[in-house]
Design a protein around this ligand. Structure first.
Ligand SMILES: [Zn+2]
Length: 112
């Protein structure tokens, strides 16, 4: 993919990164543990622990996506954005417009 077209993805990556940052901020409170000295009863503690697990898993997913987007940003700088890591072919631009963090093309991702 030519560099100009690679760079056209930068605004999209940036705005998704901004979104992720605020989503991580909002899950941080939920993911925080309730201190054991706070008396909330056994059942509600289990409940909140479960809630905390879900919040943590969600946060981890967001952090993974953020890392992939940062990697995509580096790949644009390196001029390798949009190239499949497995076969070296250009990744379909429609796929990239939905998933700018994609690093393999559709045929390769289906093979896995
Ligand atoms: Zn491929």
């Amino acid at each position: 993919m030519d560099p100009e077209r690679q760079q056209a993805f930068i605004p999209q990556i940036k705005s998704r990164l901004t979104e992720i940052a605020s989503e991580i901020m909002s899950t941080s409170d939920e993911a925080a543990a309730i201190p054991p000295d706070v008396s909330i009863g056994r059942l509600s503690r289990l409940d909140s622990m479960q809630h905390q697990q879900i919040a943590l898993a969600g946060k981890r997913r967001l952090e993974d996506e953020r890392n992939r987007l940062l990697e995509a940003r580096r790949r644009i700088d390196a001029g390798t954005f949009g190239k499949c890591l497995l076969c070296g072919q250009d990744i379909d631009e429609q796929r990239l417009s939905i998933r700018p963090d994609a690093v393999v093309c559709v045929p390769c991702s289906q093979k896995r």
